[in-house]
Design a protein around this ligand. Structure first.
Ligand SMILES: Cc1cc2nc3c(=O)[nH]c(=O)nc-3n(C[C@H](O)[C@H](O)[C@H](O)COP(=O)(O)OP(=O)(O)OC[C@H]3O[C@@H](n4cnc5c(N)ncnc54)[C@H](O)[C@@H]3O)c2cc1C
Length: 471
């Protein structure tokens, strides 16, 4: 399966690699060494353990100093097991940022479409200013936020336009902006108002199509989230817990579960009453409101711009940029006219944490199930799954059933104080869509339809989107 251009830095602080994508690390001093993942293949061993092998290119620059006075690069190719690459002693945890960034405040979006926190790139130079965005007439956006939509003209350098500021739009924005691209996000909602903000959320096995690509996206995302768990500003942490069912689901587990280091089948005594099957293991849990703030801050720090304004049509989008990334989630139903995208409603009750530190999720084909995911002082209780339901208002009867089911399995949560009830629309689709559409002379890279697994696939999809943007 081709997958190109993923930057993985082996020398944080010294890397100046620049082939296809941005270097990782502080940069700016000394010679550089960059490692670029150019392709990968998935193999399974006899025990069905997925062994991801990557073809990497190591680019060494031998020139002195910084800036453009680099020496001739030398490329070498090698096959390495994916796990080795990630565990390499010198490996830079992808997603971890030197020094860390301040978390975004409040609800994240600036009142005006200014760039916040522009920083110098790894060569020590300030990033280039976004061009083609400030001239011409400025129209008020639909939320009273200034909009210069329609002012970019042919011949000017337009930024990549990302539509949507859920987890996919923001992650794509981060990957592209940190790779040195000019990126502008247009979104109908603030990040904390999106479906992404409602998600539980855990990284976990994703039973979606196409299975090989989903496995690959999940694998890359697992590595990112594991690295991010070391940064307390990110809202990501690793937590132990159980995935359980009331019926026996057998011994065949999805291949992604091999990434869970301590996974083991639960004994009878480890399962709640009424459950006959379960596994226990440590996975990344993502506190979505905080995590979206983190992504937004990181995007803006990389020079990205975000605008609160909906996009009325694809023609509207390509009038603004010839490279558009469509991360509209269930909004793709209308924007793309994709009838295959439909809402799968979910509702959560968020309570004050009485001391829970393990997650629990019931695997069920039914529309109602039991789950809880702790995030510091909050626990997110679930869950429901209602196909083709567009309503986004919490329903009291659903919340009551969630609370009753959770209380039966975890009495400590029975009387926990309710902080909020939230509803989100999972973007259901027969298969996840990450591809390129040529539209009126422009390219639209679609990234939507991740159903109930969009958080857990977000980094892998964003890396592929970045490759598609590069062409
Ligand atoms: C209750 C619940 C629990 C979940 N739990 C998990 C979990 O544990 N793990 C997991 O991986 N996933 C989970 N999910 C699924 C996950 O939340 C989604 O797959 C993911 O959030 C989709 O992200 P997205 O960025 O594609 O879409 P969204 O978050 O819906 O964002 C879409 C963005 O596009 C914008 N937009 C749409 N149309 C337009 C337009 N025309 N113009 C401008 N902007 C537009 C919106 O304003 C928004 O900013 C859960 C979902 C729910 C509802």
């Amino acid at each position: 399966m081709p997958f190109t251009g993923r930057p993985i830095c082996s020398t944080p602080g010294r890397c100046r690699c620049s082939v296809r994508s941005a270097p990782c690390g502080l940069g700016g001093i000394g010679g550089g060494l960059g490692v670029h993942l150019l392709s990968s293949e998935t193999f399974f061993n006899a025990a069905e353990t997925p062994l991801l092998t990557c073809t990497i290119v190591v680019r060494t620059t031998v020139g002195p100093g910084s800036g453009d006075d680099r020496g001739e690069p030398e490329d070498r190719q090698a096959h390495v097991p994916f796990g080795e690459l990630r565990r390499g002693a010198q490996g830079c945890p992808v997603g971890a940022r030197p020094g860390g960034l301040p978390a975004a405040q409040g609800r994240g979006l600036p009142e005006r479409t200014t760039q916040v926190g522009r920083r110098a790139d790894r060569t020590g130079r300030p990033p280039p200013r976004l061009r083609g965005l400030t001239g011409g007439r400025v129209n008020p956006g639909p939320f009273g936020v200034p909009s210069d939509h329609g002012t970019a003209s042919v011949g000017r350098v337009s930024p990549v336009l990302v539509i949507g500021a859920g987890v996919h739009g923001l992650t794509c924005g981060v990957v592209l902006a940190e790779a040195g691209r000019h990126v502008r996000i247009r979104t109908a909602e603030r990040p904390r108002e999106t479906t992404s903000a409602v998600a539980g959320a855990m990284w976990g096995p994703a039973r979606l199509k196409p299975p090989e690509r989903v496995l690959y996206w999940a694998t890359l995302s697992h590595a990112e989230f594991t690295a991010l768990a070391r940064d307390e500003d990110s809202g990501v942490h690793l937590a132990a817990g159980r995935m359980a069912a009331r019926i026996d689901l057998g011994d065949v587990v999805p291949p992604e579960t091999k990434l869970i280091p301590d996974l083991h089948r639960c004994g009878e005594q480890e399962l709640p009453e009424g459950f006959v099957w379960g596994y226990r293991g440590t996975v990344p849990l993502i506190d979505m409101p905080r995590y979206l703030d983190y992504l937004l801050a990181r995007f803006q720090a990389a020079g990205g711009e975000i605008l609160l304004a909906s996009v009325s049509s694809l023609a509207d989008a390509v009038a603004e940029s010839d490279t558009v990334v469509n991360c509209t989630g269930v909004g793709a139903h209308e924007l793309v006219g994709d009838p295959g995208v439909h809402p799968v409603l979910g509702q959560h009750v968020v309570v004050r944490n009485p001391g829970i530190d393990e997650y629990f999720i019931e695997l069920s084909e039914g529309g109602e199930f039991t789950s809880w995911m702790p995030h510091g002082d909050r626990v997110v209780l679930g869950g429901v799954s209602v196909d083709h339901d567009w309503r986004r208002t919490p329903r009291a009867e659903i919340s009551a059933r969630i609370r009753r089911r959770v209380a039966q399995l975890e009495p400590r949560l029975a009387d926990a104080e309710v902080l909020e009830e939230t509803v989100g629309l999972r973007p259901g689709r027969d298969s996840v869509r990450v591809d390129v559409e040529h539209f009126e002379g422009a390219r639209i890279i679609h990234d939507y339809g991740h159903a109930g697994c969009g958080v857990g696939l977000s980094w892998g999809c964003a890396f592929e989107v970045a490759d598609l943007v590069e062409g």
